[in-house]
Write a protein that binds this ligand. Structure first.
Ligand SMILES: NC(=O)c1ccc[n+]([C@@H]2O[C@H](COP(=O)([O-])OP(=O)(O)OC[C@H]3O[C@@H](n4cnc5c(N)ncnc54)[C@H](O)[C@@H]3O)[C@@H](O)[C@H]2O)c1
Length: 316
């Protein structure tokens, strides 16, 4: 099985590559990644000697880069994206280009060469809900430019399955955390600030909630969709740990022995979604359940940032 993993030098994509190579003895993996500010070859450096792995530098928007790789593949798993909501509020254009146009380039190549695709998406496409949980049939109501472009990509994937009968599957994950995450994201931001004795910036009053899934569980979920998912199907991921942002910052202070008065409330993010939650029975039906308890995963993540001062910044 030849698998093309786009965005595989990013946070989740690199863990997916690890997992796939571990689980599938006959898998050969090509990573296509543009190495934007968010990607780094360090995330796949440990695979340097692995003969079933290769890295290709290139942009998913460019058909010339994508097409020859798709032609040689049995499956494409698309992790490549502009992924940070705050940046999308500053400038949505790169998000539209990579997340929508880039996904379209991959879909067209898959269609040309009759190759299956798994699109990695997010709970944010459903929008916010104060209570209850979204199913795969819930309407898409994205509230920020990032999630709007991810929803656009999901709709293109759906349309290519319906129109051309292509095998396109979508996985929608909750917030991921763990080693290798870019320092701009919430858990790394809090952790790095706490380790370095700087203020932990918490949006608004800190009551906004997120569900956190360890990146290894997220990667296993995508492998499950690859192995046992159905063409044209959407799979929500869940089973993470839901916590208000303020409690998360407090937990990180405890783990780092940082004084809690470092927690500082800052102006809320415009259009800040209060809460996401998804029903994930369909994925459970494929025999996936999360494995990493949040307390253990958070401790491991804090230790990783403590042990990797080189990964605490400077790449943006
Ligand atoms: N991180 C989360 O909490 C989360 C949750 C749900 C879904 N997702 C989705 O999972 C995927 C991976 O997220 P992540 O957190 O690992 O992101 P990331 O920002 O860490 O990694 C993205 C990778 O894509 C690459 N990339 C960006 N634009 C590209 C382009 N035009 N061509 C080729 N490569 C390009 C980057 O270099 C980087 O290596 C994204 O599609 C994201 O929307 C993330």
């Amino acid at each position: 099985m030849n698998v093309l993993v786009t965005g595989g030098a990013g946070f989740i994509g690199s863990h997916f590559v690890d997992r796939l190579l571990e689980e599938e003895a006959d898998a050969r993996v090509s990573v296509l990644d543009a190495l934007t500010y968010a990607g780094t070859k360090e995330n796949v450096a440990h695979l340097g000697e692995e003969e079933r792995f290769r890295f290709v530098l290139g942009d998913i928007v460019e058909a010339e880069a994508v097409d020859p790789l798709v032609k040689d593949a049995d499956l494409v798993v698309n992790f490549a994206a502009e992924s940070f909501v705050d940046r999308s509020i500053g400038d949505a254009r790169p998000f539209a280009v990579t997340n929508v146009q880039g996904t379209l380039t991959i879909l067209d190549a898959c269609r040309r060469h009759d190759v299956a695709m798994v699109q990695v998406s997010t709970d944010e496409v459903y929008g916010s809900t104060p209570e209850g949980a979204f199913t795969e049939e819930s309407p898409l109501q994205p509230n920020n430019p990032y999630s709007a472009t991810k929803a656009g990509a999901d709709l293109l994937c759906r349309s290519y399955h319906r129109t051309y009968g292509m095998d396109v599957r979508i996985f929608r994950g909750p917030n991921a955390y763990g080693p290798r995450q870019h320092p701009e994201k919430a858990i790394p931001t809090f952790t790095i600030a706490a380790l370095e004795g700087r203020p932990l910036p918490v949006y608004g009053d800190g009551s906004n909630r997120r569900e956190w899934l360890h990146v290894r569980d997220f990667a296993r979920a995508v492998v499950t969709v690859v192995r046992r998912g159905k063409p044209g199907e959407i799979y929500n991921g869940g089973g993470g740990h839901e916590v208000p942002n303020l409690e998360l910052a407090e937990a990180i202070c405890r783990l780092t022995d940082a004084p809690p008065d470092l927690i500082t409330f800052v102006d809320d993010r415009p259009g800040h979604d209060f809460r996401y939650s998804m029903v994930w029975d369909r994925l459970r039906g494929l025999e996936w359940v999360p494995d990493v308890p949040f307390e253990r995963g958070l401790e491991e993540t804090v230790t990783w940032f403590r042990d990797h001062p080189d990964r605490r910044g400077g790449r943006a």
